[in-house]
Ligand binder design. Structure first.
Ligand code: HAS
Length: 567
């Protein structure tokens, strides 16, 4: 089934979607600048941020929050706002869409200001007992509520479409985006409880102490599905756009649908794998979450085979022979297909990111890598690799469509993901091997371990720390090249002939080679019900253990002052 057509978005939706893409891009730039400074801090090149001020931990907080939470949420909403109306050929309620955009924007700016003025140096996991200003938590709540509102706005047009198209399969892009937000909605309920009933009252001084273990557990109930909330919009683009861009078809439509349903089932009951080393939770429940973690890797393995088969099919259409020729016979350096490298490089990176994930999930190996630099090595090969590249490519494509402009500096746009990927591999290698040698994460290694004058100096780590600086600089250059093309497009004059067309949008939607009938994959309901059962079964004993074994509550703590703070 092909859905390649143009769709007329309302002018207001067009402006909203452009805003949802441009503002986070500015925040992303601040965030990646923070990332570059991280590598300088860790190498001992700087002790204080030359532009923003503040120390390593403040920089790490705005790097993590702006890149991993704000940018990703905005893009996921923008992609849903674009793909769902497009695939269903129905316009959204623009008032609700704007309200959601304004909430998200207000919340993000509030949280960002709190971080930049040094009132929320709590890292992106905001674990207590590190305490932020109440407005930081309020900002996060607004961001989440805004994103809920955006997805709520998709439901009426989806239900209307289903009524009008009885017996028809929902377009795969819609299934993928709805899956993303079903997972997001369930996951954010836990963090909403954590923020509203624990962190906010504590940060406002209404209660003195906080149950750290319970807060961490609620955070990871949210925190692991969060990584699939990041990943799934990239999967939507792999399944829906990539086969077409590569010149072929999606190998199996059913595989795509199965993958999304499996994510609904297994994304959430796994959070305790982030807490393998935490006390208070019984080993048997950690094992159960470990088993589900291996289950949630399965949809990614299915994706690896399905997308590889789709790429092979496209290359065979172009005459590829033999077992491996299809790997090279792809539009890697075709300027007109500048979007291709953003997707394929992400997939190649994810092979390594995924293997690292399986290592982390294996309890014994986790004891070696937990809280070491290996973990940022892993997550840069996932969220800062496939996810970021797909989101950058997607943002550039969407901005071109919503502003009716040809992409400017296409060669830069095409080369930038290669530059970025080279830097990413160098940096992640440094972090991963450094981690295996015991280098800690979230510790300012430059201040002590990389400094030959320090009694804690670790000569073994210096080479790996330096590698991450070199990689970080190359990644930064890659993103700057991208931003030149992105903002070059935003500020370019609209082409007179395209201006005439108003807000018509077209997406490279793939046809399926095998368009299987799979009635059991048509309805979300049974999967949501089973997911809820799995969550209850896996989390009830964990929460019970945490409540039973809880130690005394904790006073607030700030990395700037080693002694707990009394208000
Ligand atoms: Fe993870 C920690 C386990 C995936 C992100 N993870 C993190 C943290 C982040 C993160 C941010 O079990 C740190 C959190 C913190 O701050 O403490 N992770 C996994 C597992 C997977 C996984 C099993 N993680 C992700 C994804 C992320 C992400 C995706 C972001 C988007 N992770 C863990 C664990 C920890 C953890 C533990 C806790 C560690 C600790 O101790 O703190 C799986 O979902 C991975 C499955 C993926 C695959 C790869 C499939 C390959 C594909 C590419 C195919 C290529 C093609 C191209 C087709 C099995 C799909 C071919 C063409 C050519 C030309 C070659």
């Amino acid at each position: 089934m092909t859905q390649d057509y143009t769709f007329q978005f309302s002018k207001s939706s067009k402006y909203l979607n452009a805003t949802l893409l441009i503002i986070p891009m500015v925040l992303l730039f601040i965030g990646i600048y923070g990332g570059l400074m991280q590598t300088f801090f860790r190498a001992g090149i700087i002790q204080s941020d030359p532009f923003v001020g503040g120390d390593y931990y403040k920089g790490l907080t705005f790097h993590g929050v702006l890149n991993a939470i704000v940018f990703t949420t905005f893009f996921a909403v923008a992609l849903g706002n674009a793909l769902i109306p497009y695939a269903l050929k129905k316009n959204l309620n623009t008032k609700i869409a704007w309200a959601s955009g304004i909430l998200m924007l207000g919340g993000s700016v509030l949280a960002a200001i709190m971080i930049l003025v040094g009132e929320a140096t709590v890292l992106y996991t905001f674990y207590p007992p590190m305490k932020a200003h109440p407005l930081f938590y309020v900002g996060l709540v607004l961001l989440v509520v805004g994103s809920w509102l955006a997805s709520y706005n998709w439901v009426p047009i989806y239900l209307e479409w289903r009524k009008e198209n009885l017996g028809k399969k929902t377009p795969l892009s819609v299934v993928g985006m709805l899956t993303t937000f079903i997972i997001w909605f369930i996951a954010t309920l836990a963090v909403a409880v954590e923020i509203l009933f624990m962190l906010l009252p504590w940060s406002m001084g209404l209660v003195d102490e906080i149950n750290v273990m319970l807060a961490r557990t609620l955070f990871w109930f949210f925190g692991h599905p969060l990584v699939y909330f990041w990943l799934l919009p990239a999967y939507v683009m792999y399944y829906v756009f990539l086969p077409k861009i590569s010149g072929g078809k999606l190998y199996s439509d059913m595989a795509g649908r199965l993958v999304f349903m499996m994510f609904i089932l297994f994304s959430i009951p796994v959070g305790t794998h982030h807490q393998y080393m935490d006390p208070a939770i019984g080993a048997q429940w950690k094992l159960l979450h470990g088993i589900f973690t291996f289950a949630v890797a399965l949809p990614s393995l299915i994706t690896a085979f399905t997308i590889a088969a789709s790429l092979e099919y496209s290359a065979r259409l172009r005459g590829s022979k033999g077992y491996f020729n299809w790997l090279w016979n792809q539009p890697y350096f075709d300027k007109e297909k500048w979007f291709f490298p953003y997707l394929i490089l992400g997939l190649i990176i994810f092979i390594f990111g995924g293997i690292g994930g399986i290592v982390n999930a294996s309890y014994q190996m986790n004891t070696i890598v937990h809280n070491t630099a290996w973990i940022p090595g892993h997550f840069h090969l996932t969220v800062a690799g496939p996810v970021l590249l797909a989101f950058l490519g997607g943002s550039l494509y969407l901005i071109g469509q919503f502003m009716n402009k040809e992409i400017r500096l296409k060669s830069w746009a095409m080369i930038s993901p290669y530059v970025y990927t080279i830097g990413l591999f160098i940096m992640s290698y440094g972090l991963k091997v450094g981690g295996l040698k015991g280098m800690p994460r979230r510790t300012n290694t430059g201040a002590s371990y990389a400094n030959p004058d320090s009694t804690l100096f670790q000569p073994d780590w210096v080479f790996y720390i330096d590698l991450s600086v070199v990689g970080g600089i190359i990644m930064f250059v890659g993103i700057v090249m991208y931003l030149v093309s992105f903002f070059g497009t935003v500020f370019a004059k609209a082409d007179p002939e395209t201006r005439e067309e108003g807000a018509t949008v077209t997406f490279p939607i793939s046809e399926s080679l095998h368009d299987e009938e799979a009635k059991w994959l048509r309805n979300f309901k049974p999967y949501i019900i089973i997911a809820i059962i799995l969550i209850v079964l896996s989390y009830t004993p964990v929460i019970y253990d945490v409540l039973q074994a809880t130690y005394e509550g904790s006073l607030p703590f700030s990395p700037d002052s080693p002694v707990p703070l009394r208000d």
